[in-house]
Design a protein around this ligand. Structure first.
Ligand SMILES: C[S@@+](CC[C@H](N)C(=O)[O-])C[C@H]1O[C@@H](n2cnc3c(N)ncnc32)[C@H](O)[C@@H]1O
Length: 616
């Protein structure tokens, strides 16, 4: 009931808005049967009118924008309804440049942002009447009945503004689930802003249907817009073009792999304009505009917005650097501008990849750190004091080891003040570690064992209770139990490179990556010695790594690039001479190191695009 009332409220606002606009423009809709029936029985609401008076409503696009805002929250999430700013609509249409007789469809048209954009475009580029354009060029579909009705009303009003009457029979807008429609025709162009709905938010039935029918949604997780790419491409005539604005995470996300494979098999992507981590909508989504062509494309023209650039002005000057399809790896697309391609090539060719010199490892995982972590500053004699669930438990110091939680530290100095310890219920013999069995553990560390017994239930809930841990206090994962040595620690996401040196050879770490020197006698490199790890640290914390990662990795909210192993392992350490090594050992001046390395790697970096990183 509440939903119906809510819906009626929206409908009332919608009719007031359209009526208000017609009145303001002095447009008489009585000749239009469609609009007359739309306003049948309508009474303007003076309160709403006075509110509308305060809004800027001078064009039909303003009306469209306001309508898109009047969407129930539930539809926003379930149907991925978000409104597209008109400079993006116009950019996509201009790039597609549809011809006089071309048929153009928006398969998820919402209230018709792209359809209105098309009318504007055709009005400027052809002598056709609005009715002709509507009949011959403009096609749309949307799953939500009220969106279809709104789109139709807006197109009819558009015609009125041009002194024409467009009836429903002139409009090619249908209410349909585009993904489940048996389309009988093909189009010259497909445009739009398809719904971005995550796999988790789709109904079970919808998921099952999608997984059965679409090449792009084979994985356990996917996004609805993948299928819209596939559908749009399917519906293109040979030589036809598609232009969508969508999230840009399909370049690199795991879920996006089938979509990347699809694009590479079909060789259909002609251009990508990437807004990187600059928001163009009012939503928490980073976007890009992707153009497809139904003819084989060996290269993708790629451009990316610069930091600090406005999306609108970026689109005016956007052009493209060629990225060869054959060089893109479907595991992760690394799209680069020309100067970046050259710089990245030089960085990777400069010497030995860090993945060869260092073993890049993830930290240990207990799956319940709050149970295993102990504050080493809480010592009393042979015991630390562990606070848990409002109680204090003594824990034998001998049962613990040092652990670094990487997210605790920003600077090298802070590492020295680390007091975090972790209960380590294992015995290590050489390269193998085994959990200490209960009888022995209770004898060796009776206090710690007593504590474990009180948290037994909490530990059993790890892995959602699906895994049986034996003994019950074993860590959740066995990775990293026997690792040993000095290491460089890096957070997984960081605004700047932050490789901190941990000299405690026995210490564990969590929440990021550790780079352990690989003892390999075969390896010939100036930094192939654990004593030179501080020098590698300086290189890894330099502007060169900052540049490398910011161009080749993925970023999360606010521009925090990812330093996961697969994003950094190809970064090369240059073939330093002994003189270079001596220089790097001696200096701690960041700018001096950066300048030296830029020269060493032979890079041309845009000086304006880097802020100096805070000291390590
Ligand atoms: C991101 S909005 C785009 C709205 C509008 N085209 C614009 O650009 O402002 C996505 C639209 O897709 C529609 N939609 C969601 N699932 C759909 C489906 N299976 N078939 C057709 N339309 C769908 C939603 O109702 C919503 O209007």
């Amino acid at each position: 009931m509440e939903e119906i009332t809510h819906y009626m409220e929206i409908k009332k606002k919608e009719r007031n808005l359209l009526f208000y606009f017609l009145q303001k423009k002095g447009l008489d809709y009585s000749k239009s049967l469609f609009l007359s029936s739309y306003f049948d029985g309508f009474e303007p609401d003076s309160v709403l009118f006075s509110l509308l008076n305060r809004e800027k409503i001078s064009t039909l696009k303003d009306v469209e924008r306001l309508l898109e805002v009047m969407i129930p929250e539930s539809d926003r999430k379930l149907n991925g309804a978000f409104f597209t700013p008109s400079y993006i609509v116009d950019f996509i249409i201009r790039e597609m440049a549809p011809g006089t007789d071309d048929r153009v469809i928006d398969l998820s048209c919402g209230c018709g942002a792209f359809l209105i954009g098309l009318l504007d475009y055709y009005k400027k580029t052809t002598p056709k009447t609005i009715r002709e354009i509507l009949r011959e060029n403009v096609f749309g579909a949307d799953i939500l009945p009220y969106n279809v009705e709104r789109a139709k009303a807006l197109l009819a009003i558009y015609a009125l503004q041009e002194g024409e009457v467009a009836e429903e029979s002139n409009l090619n807008i249908r209410q349909a689930d585009s993904l489940r429609t048996e389309w009988q025709e093909q189009f010259d162009h497909v445009i739009g802003n398809p719904p971005y709905v995550k796999f988790q938010d789709l109904s079970d039935e919808n998921r099952a249907f999608l997984a059965g029918d679409w090449r792009t949604v084979k994985n356990g997780t996917f996004n609805l817009y993948f299928a819209f790419f596939e559908l749009g491409f399917r519906l293109l005539k040979p030589g036809g073009k598609l232009g969508y604005i969508t999230p840009n995470n399909y370049f690199t996300s795991l879920a996006g792999e089938p979509l990347r494979l699809f694009f590479q098999q079909e060789k259909c992507v002609s251009r990508i304009v990437d807004f990187n981590h600059r928001k163009v909508f009012d939503v928490q989504t980073y976007t890009a505009i992707t153009f497809l062509k139904k003819s084989k494309q060996d290269v993708i023209q790629f451009d990316r917005i610069e930091d600090g650039q406005q999306p609108e002005s970026f689109l005016i000057t956007a052009n493209g650097s060629l990225n060869h399809l054959a060089q893109l790896n479907p595991k992760k697309w690394r799209l680069l501008k020309s100067d970046e391609q050259e710089n990245i090539r030089r960085i990777e060719a400069a010497g030995a990849p860090i993945g060869q010199v260092y073993d890049i490892c993830v930290g240990i995982a207990t799956l319940k750190d709050e149970v295993f972590f102990v504050d080493g500053a809480s010592g009393q004699g042979d015991f630390y004091l562990k606070e848990y669930g409002g109680k204090t438990f003594p824990i034998e110091k001998e049962a613990t080891r040092t652990v670094f939680k990487i997210s605790d530290f920003k600077r090298q100095q802070e590492l020295c003040g680390n007091t975090r310890r972790i209960i380590f219920p294992y015995q290590v013999k050489g390269k193998s570690a085994s959990a200490i069995p209960e009888p022995e553990f209770s004898r060796m560390f009776p206090k710690c064992y007593a504590y474990f017994l009180t948290v037994r239930e909490v530990l059993a809930q790890r892995d959602k209770g699906k895994t049986e841990f034996s003994p019950f206090y074993a860590w959740g994962r066995t990775q990293g139990l026997t690792r040993h040595g000095k290491k460089l620690l890096s957070p997984t996401f960081s605004q700047y490179p932050r490789f901190l040196l941990d000299e405690d050879e026995d210490a564990f770490f969590t929440n990021g990556y550790g780079l352990y020197f690989r003892e390999s006698s075969l390896f010939q490199h100036a930094l192939a010695s654990v004593d030179r790890i501080e020098i590698a640290q300086k290189v890894l914390n330099s502007i060169v790594m900052d540049y490398y990662v910011s161009k080749t990795s993925v970023s999360i909210e606010g521009g925090y690039p990812c330093y996961q192993k697969n994003f950094i392992e190809k970064f090369a350490l240059p073939d330093f001479t002994e003189q270079d090594v001596a220089f790097l050992r001696m200096t701690n001046n960041r700018e001096e190191i950066d300048a030296f390395l830029i020269e060493k790697y032979q890079l041309t970096l845009p000086s304006h695009s880097f802020q100096t990183a805070p000291p390590i």
